[in-house]
Write a protein that binds this ligand. Structure first.
Ligand SMILES: [Zn+2]
Length: 146
């Protein structure tokens, strides 16, 4: 289900998936959150997409990191080499806020099935699996032990 859903997102917003996509990997349960971020960022950008594209999507410490870049005058942000105009700075801020909102949302969603979790923070970060998948994974881990 989710890989097909991710493919739909790619087809709907092809510009977001240009360039090196080797580090863009969205966990199945998080595709819906990622898709919502794409929809929101597309709306923020409006007609001029500013070369926005994803550069990284991964799981770290139990929640997703979604990183993307905007392109100004042919150069990616950060590192434009000139001051951004106020309008450009606003755009960067809005896109960053949308990314962070999506990252936060993954803290309460199982990254396998997409179920919402009661929650959550553990010593090592965030619990990212629902009860069902936490149990499944624990059993599997145990059976793999020599
Ligand atoms: Zn689950």
């Amino acid at each position: 289900m989710s890989q097909a859903e991710l493919e739909q997102v790619r087809l709907r917003f092809p510009y977001m998936f240009c360039g090196d996509q080797s580090r863009v990997d969205v966990a199945p349960g998080w595709v819906r959150v990622f898709k919502q971020a794409c929809v929101e960022i597309d709306a923020i950008l409006g007609d001029d997409k500013r070369g926005f594209h994803w550069t990284e999507a991964k799981e770290k410490a139990g929640f997703a990191r979604f990183r993307g870049k905007l392109v100004f005058d042919g150069r990616t942000m950060p590192g434009v080499g000139r001051d951004l105009t106020p309008a450009e700075a606003d755009l960067v801020e809005l896109v960053t806020a949308a990314r962070h909102k999506a990252e936060d949302a993954t803290k309460t969603v199982c990254n396998v099935c997409g179920d919402h979790l009661p929650q959550r923070e553990t010593d090592g970060g965030y619990e990212r699996l629902c009860a069902l998948h936490a149990v499944t994974r624990t059993k599997k881990d145990e059976s793999n032990r020599p």
